[in-house]
Design a protein around this ligand. Structure first.
Ligand code: NAI
Length: 247
């Protein structure tokens, strides 16, 4: 169940956190994994670990804000990695501030990485999926894109944008057996949330129905499902992985 043997999966922002967990799990399930991010050293280390565990992974230095480099970067992959069957748009940044203090640069940087990056890479990769009449596009949004969050107007706009983008693409590509879905995590335990003061963590946890933060693996399992053959009749949906923070 949920095997990805013979498939190639490209995960952006794979160097750490949620992207790393997704890459490791897809690799464990048999996919050849392309680890895309900007930090080559981290990617090489992770690729070596996945290979040592019996998987197959290759690092790909890629900045999602530089679409003009995508074609050439993808061509640099070995041939058996070149045909991407599963694309996971996970790379993302925050630049939080209340609207009154949010600069146009903060707005544009977050939109460019979190939304335009996904648009541009999907456009590049989906051509092959259409030709082969099989594909999975999965974007990592956030429940903030559905709920809103004070201080994150830029981030919430980008994350909500991913949902609208994916619904539209699901309609465009359904006839080619390419599914397009979104995973919307809630509060996930990462280096970022580890730094929160205890009181803030307790307050956060109280708002979650399951009374715990999520793990990176909670998100990775949801992505694996949407990437699988078994999810072939699921498209245009947003899978909320928030432990009931947002219902
Ligand atoms: P993180 O900051 O640990 O990792 C983000 C990854 O994106 C890193 O690998 C980074 O190198 C990469 N990245 C950033 N800008 C890039 C660019 N221009 N080109 C290529 N790669 C780039 O973040 P985390 O927590 O693992 O988040 C991953 C995704 O999950 C993000 O899209 C984030 O918005 C989303 N998310 C995270 C939540 C959390 O609680 N951590 C909650 C909801 C959504």
């Amino acid at each position: 169940m949920l095997r990805l043997d013979g498939k190639t999966a490209l995960v952006t922002g794979a160097s750490q956190g949620i992207g790393e967990a997704i890459a490791r799990l897809l690799g464990r399930q048999g996919a050849r994994v392309v680890l895309a991010a900007r930090n080559e050293e981290k990617l090489k280390r992770l690729a070596a670990e996945i290979d040592a565990g019996g998987g197959c992974a290759r690092p790909l230095v890629l900045d999602v804000t530089q679409p003009e480099t995508f074609g050439e970067r993808l061509k640099s992959l070995p041939e058996d990695y070149g045909a991407v069957d599963v694309l996971v748009n996970n790379a993302g940044i925050t630049a939080d501030n209340l609207l009154a203090r949010m600069s146009l640069d903060d707005w544009e940087r977050v939109l460019r990485t979190n939304l335009t990056g996904a648009f541009a890479l999907t456009k590049e990769v989906v051509r092959g999926m259409i030709k082969r009449r099989w594909g999975r596009v999965i974007s990592v949004s956030s429940v903030v894109g559905m709920m809103g969050n004070a201080g994150q107007a830029n981030y919430a706009a980008a994350k909500a944008g991913l949902i609208g983008f994916s619904k539209s693409l699901a309609r465009e590509l359904g006839s080619r057996s390419v599914t397009v879905n979104v995973v919307a995590p809630g509060y996930i335990q990462t280096a970022m949330t580890d730094r929160l003061p205890e009181a803030a963590r307790e307050e956060l946890t109280a708002a979650i129905a399951l009374k715990r933060l999520g793990t990176v693996d909670d998100v990775a399992w949801a992505v694996l499902f949407l990437a699988s053959e078994e999810a072939g009749y699921v498209t245009g949906t947003t899978l909320n992985v928030s432990g009931g923070l947002y219902i």
